[in-house]
Design a protein around this ligand. Structure first.
Ligand code: NAP
Length: 301
């Protein structure tokens, strides 16, 4: 564990974020301490996002990115709490460990079996999952997409899909999960069909021929490897949306492929990232920040 803790404390792993100036010179209240924990973590945009939310809301915040070694997560969380932390965001590969560690869970974390937000309440460790609501807000509020009556294809069956499935079950015409390892898609379809009462189909990529969708969500990690899942070239219906949960400064391989194969709207997951962060921020601070200016600032730094 000492290894993980020293990684957290080392200045090279710690990203300091700017703290808004005190409006009252006699306000000696210490900044509230929060962090995101993951491995790796240096790429994380969460410190910048939460810093901008805090400035908007006039909250003095100390939000850092903490790299934790595998095996050291539980102790890193405990040390952070003991050092006065108010809560944590959790990212790959610790979302399931955070789920197991939490002493109380929100319904959506319970359904997802994964936690991306922890809140310290006295002795309680409250776990939530804001990925699903983050995706839904980006789709519906930011992009104006109405999912009701649509055919939706989800590519991938990993941790991100666990977080987004429940809110997507609300009245689509058709919901299909396709994954490289078909059994993982089948497990999720069984679990979430039972929970939601709708039928979720599961298959491999090769079973998608002659099928067409209004919305295709890429929740695989293929873009990280510069790859696109092997899906048919005519997968998109006229007017279709292609959404890659991954985000990058450049269009991802899936976005480029989708544009070349008939998707009308092609989007990355930056909006989802900011929206899920806003929901965590609300859970911790009771204030809902405006997300539009933050998304815009991150797109055009
Ligand atoms: P994960 O749990 O590791 O799951 C990875 C998924 O990708 C699995 O379904 C895996 O298939 C599949 N996969 C990996 N390499 C592939 C390839 N070369 N071709 C086809 N499928 C491949 O990861 P995760 O946490 O679900 O994250 C998935 C993506 O969502 C990542 O890009 C992540 O950055 C993104 N994400 C974004 C947000 C956001 O806020 N925007 C939030 C969460 C996640 P197998 O089951 O066959 O291994």
């Amino acid at each position: 564990m000492r290894k993980a803790y020293s990684a957290w404390r080392s200045s090279s792993d710690r990203k300091n974020v700017s703290i808004p100036p005190m409006s009252d010179p006699f306000d000696f209240e210490r900044p509230r301490r929060y962090a995101v924990m993951g491995h790796p973590i240096s790429h994380s945009k969460s410190p910048v996002i939460h810093s901008q939310f805090a400035q908007q809301c006039g909250i003095r915040l100390d939000y850092t990115a903490v790299q934790v070694d595998p095996g050291g997560f539980a102790q890193a969380v405990e040390h952070f709490r003991a050092a006065g932390g108010g809560g944590l965001n959790v990212t790959v590969p610790f979302k399931v460990e955070a789920f197991k560690l939490a002493s109380r869970l929100s319904d959506r974390a319970e359904q997802a079996g994964a936690v991306n937000t922890l809140k310290f309440n006295d002795q309680e460790l409250y776990g939530d999952n804001t990925d699903g609501v983050g995706l839904l807000r980006d789709l519906e509020s930011n992009l104006g997409v109405n999912l009701k009556g649509k055919s939706i294809l989800i590519l991938g069956a990993g941790g991100a899909v666990r977080g987004i499935l429940a809110p997507l079950c609300d009245a689509p015409k058709r919901l299909v999960i396709a994954n490289r390892t078909v059994s993982r898609a089948q497990d999720l379809s069984e679990q979430f069909s039972r929970l939601s009462g709708i039928t979720i189909e599961a298959c491999g990529f090769d079973a998608l021929s002659d099928q067409h969708f209004d919305v295709v969500l890429n929740a695989t990690a293929a873009s990280l490897e510069g790859q696109v899942p092997p899906i048919p070239e005519d997968i998109f219906r006229p007017g279709a949306l292609a959404y890659d949960l991954m985000y990058a400064d450049q269009p991802t391989p899936f976005m480029i492929w989708s544009r070349d194969h008939g998707a009308s709207q092609v989007v990355d997951g930056l909006g989802m990232l900011v929206e899920q962060a806003a929901e965590s921020f609300y859970l911790w601070h009771g204030q809902r920040p405006r997300t539009g200016p933050v998304i815009q600032a991150l797109r055009c730094p």
